[in-house]
Design a binder for this molecule. Sequence first.
Ligand code: UPG
Ligand code: MN
Length: 724
Amino acid sequence: MDTFILLLLLQLLTYRVLSINSFTFTTWFLAFLCESWFTFTWIVILNTKWTPALTITHLDRLLQQVPELPRVDLFVTTADPILEHPLITVNTVLSLLALDYPANKLACYVSDDGCSHLTYYALVEASKFAKHWIPFCNKYNIQVRAPFRYFSDIATTNSSDHPPELKQERQRMKDMYDNLSQKIIEQVNPKPIPFQLEGELAVFSNIDQRNHPSIVKVILENKDGVSDDLPHLIYISREKRPHDPHNYKAGAMNVLTRVSGVMTNAPFMLNVDCDMFVNNPKIVLHVMCILMDSKNGKEVAFAQCYQQFYDGVKDDPFGNQWVAAHEYIIQGMQGLQGPFYSGTNTFHRRNAIYGLYPGHIETGRNGKLAEEILMKQFGSSKAFVIALVHALEGSAHSPNDISPSNFVEEATQVANCDYEYGTSWGKQMGWLYGSITEDVPTGINIHRKGWRSECCVPKPIAFTGCAPGNFVSTMIQHKRWASGLTVVLFGKHSPIIGTVFGKIQFRQGLSYCWVTTMGLRGMFHVCYAALLAHWIITNTNLPPKGRGEWIPIALFVIYNICTVFEYLIIGLSIRHWWNNQRMMIIRNTTAWFIGFLSGVLKVLGISDTVFEVTQKEHSSSGGDEDDVGRFSFDESPVFVAGTTMLLVHLSALCIKFLGLEASHSGNGCGMGDVLCSTYLVVCYWPFLKGLFLKGKYGIPFSTTCKSLVLAFIFVHLSRSAILF
Ligand SMILES: O=c1ccn([C@@H]2O[C@H](COP(=O)(O)OP(=O)(O)O[C@H]3O[C@H](CO)[C@@H](O)[C@H](O)[C@H]3O)[C@@H](O)[C@H]2O)c(=O)[nH]1
Ligand SMILES: [Mn+2]
């Protein structure tokens, strides 16, 4: 079926080439360009889906093969205690501390870009609770080890087959957790009397978020290196100065890499966003099956677990749960060189992050480990370089009973702004700078060296996080991705360069285009939608004559049938399918388009882009039931683009049905055009409703006005045939 769609697309292109004389050259050229683009995108998708694969892990075999489990450093990033409530971060951290893995092999590092005493306070309180929570989880083999999820699961609360002893213990834990969350919530809510920061919190008094020194604090330490105690827990807030770019999350990840290098230097590192808690406590063991595999493990730079979500709104109204994409695109890439790095739920090989090539894993970096060279590339901390050499040579440097608190001074130094001056951090190795979607180029840079990556999909699923709960945050997120990925596409870490000059395999490079052309796709969609409206308004698109007439209609019908089946096969509903299709049209023509424009401005050096953190909702704290799945709007240009799109097509359809088309042309426009335009209006239904609603569910008056003006200009230019 997929190939049949490709053939239809090619036919459509052929028709377009043959009909070159029936249009003005600009419209013909634009149509040809857009349709070629759609065909290319379809080839990219086909190529990606063609040879799917799945890696299955066998825990029983791991323990036979691996004599000693390796250390793993765990990284959590948080940036804003308001958008990312400390209670969410605390739950993620607790779930990590409670991993089913020897505690003396784990160290958890939390990077706080908000430099907030609230986050630090919450972590300190959580570490006290962890002393009860972790033994409880281990004793009763609890699966969900993020307390707020465990306690909100009604099935476990009411289950009658638990021993009475568990019931009692559970209640005790719940009381302790309620007490903890109470304390944290009280701190976060604004107080009438300004609060005095004393004792441990004194370092945070008079702190300016954008201008402060590095703070590194060891909250928990497993001093004796015992496997059934608690892992280390370290809080880091890297130095920020107004004139030093901090490179958002990429900067934070590089600091985490260095601080952990100095303190524990584990050969593997897990990175999660603050809302992504562990759902399968055995996940590290599963991943070790892949990374420590004696046959293929040494080629794998990172293991990626899917981004899945808890409490996702039913049928995915905002199209941000990515279920079908995991199934078809990510598994497809798994059959090639491996999934792209998607920023969270990823286990990295430390030396791959340091820029090592897969072939050098045993020999080190061609033996050129001279200290001065390393200091030039990696910065001038002696302690860090010693650890680095060990990591690059793959020698286990740290005994189990290391004390992070002995290295606080060195750790603070490597978290400073000036540490990276003149080094390769963020340029050739580590998390790469320059794009607000740091994850994709970082992954490309690794694949470019010839590494593979693997998906790890154990049951139960590895991590779950919170998908943006409303339309506005979804659009902010998509705009950020589209803009960051556009910068990647046109920058030196583009997959095209990686394929031509590096070791990215051809088909892998092609499938990377699915990710990196997000913004560009938006641009072509807007362009085509504008053409459609123009054709209807001026009555000029000649439909393919004879047998050709059915091409667009067949494409529309077969594409939809195909995708519906894809959804049904993996157990999703038709409503889910429709919601995703609709969101695809909406975000392509709004957030991705605007993101593309801002990405282009950044590439041209005209303006810079900012990482806008997505709001994380702590869903079990309760929300308005009526709110769920409703579309909200704000004054962002994203909604101006959307409203304009809707108004233009509504006007075009009105003109058509009232017979007001410009008289000078009149070749007739295709039924296909009218159908497409109507389909677009149907997809935009939430916007249409938004025009008539008030409050957050209504499109703001200023947005409507701007869109009216833009739509009027478009229709006017189109009718006077100035446009195109
Ligand atoms: O200056 C910053 C900005 C963000 N973050 C952290 O980055 C993470 C991701 O931010 P979020 O707002 O949740 O972005 P999402 O769009 O949900 O994240 C996806 O997209 C990002 C790239 O745009 C990736 O980095 C993420 O891993 C991936 O989950 C969060 O933990 C933030 O705390 C920082 O540490 N420092
Ligand atoms: Mn997120």
